[in-house]
Design a binder for this molecule. Structure first.
Ligand SMILES: CC(C)(COP(=O)(O)OP(=O)(O)OC[C@H]1O[C@@H](n2cnc3c(N)ncnc32)[C@H](O)[C@@H]1OP(=O)(O)O)[C@@H](O)C(=O)NCCC(=O)NCCS
Length: 213
């Protein structure tokens, strides 16, 4: 019985020791962040130590689309390492003058420092420069933190997109999605949008459909 108690105590002490590591030093660092288009040599780095290796094909396809001028892969380079990304599909909803932003992510250790916001703002600036009327993105309904960030940036929920777990969606590039999604949009306030009053169609375009993706 006593031995049992001793074991219990040593397990408890061990857990306490694991729960509260001893801190030996603490200091802050300043890092420069550069937001730029993705280079081929970034692709393996963007797999993030294997976490996104299953998406290698999607990355390769999107990189090829960037080379064709159909997509942009923005990366946030921190200390020489591609540590965050946002991709822009310039063609999928071009007919609606809508740029589709997707694959937003930042390395966990660098989150909550403003990198995600700057990536998104850069994507919007690029879309504005190209006279897109609006930006669109999707987020899993359970992803409360990302949703909060997008809404703070001015995106509004326009629809939900129910999907079965693991369903492949997002043509033309298929990706796996995990659960129901919100579809969000933001008007970019481009001159065409304000002047036309027709939902911001780019001058050479006509509205073909108003699907909610
Ligand atoms: C969503 C995601 C890309 C956001 O990137 P991020 O770099 O953390 O974003 P930001 O730092 O700009 O903003 C996140 C929060 O940090 C806060 N923040 C920004 N700069 C800060 C700073 N210097 N100090 C403290 N907080 C800061 C923001 O106000 C925001 O607060 P909120 O949680 O109350 O909304 C990132 O969390 C991520 O990669 N998530 C996992 C993948 C994912 O879910 N992607 C979205 C798919 S749709």
């Amino acid at each position: 019985m006593q031995r049992h108690r001793q074991n219990e105590r040593s397990v408890t002490n061990h857990c306490e020791w694991l729960a509260e590591p001893e801190v030996f030093d603490r200091f802050g660092i300043t890092l420069d962040v550069v937001i730029r288009t993705c280079r081929r040599e970034d692709l393996p780095v963007l797999e993030w130590f294997g976490q996104f290796t299953p998406d290698r094909g999607i990355m390769e396809d999107t990189f090829a689309a960037q080379a064709r001028g159909e997509s942009l892969m923005l990366v946030a380079e921190v200390n020489g390492v591609a540590s965050g990304q946002v991709w822009i599909d310039l063609t999928r909803r071009e007919v609606d003058s809508t740029g589709v932003i997707w694959a937003a992510r930042v390395l966990p250790c660098l989150r909550n420092r403003g990198i995600g916001r700057r990536l998104l703002e850069t994507a919007e600036r690029i879309l504005r420069d190209r006279q897109f009327a609006r930006a669109e993105l999707s987020v899993e309904r359970s992803n409360v933190a990302a949703l909060r960030l997008y809404e703070r940036l001015g995106y509004t929920r326009v629809n939900t997109r129910p999907v079965r777990d693991g369903e492949v969606t997002f043509d033309p590039i298929a990706i796996l999605v995990q659960g129901d999604q919100w579809l969000l949009r933001k008007n970019l306030g481009t001159r065409e949008h304000a002047v036309s009053g027709t939902g911001g169609l780019r001058p050479r375009m006509t509205r073909a459909r108003t699907d909610e993706a």
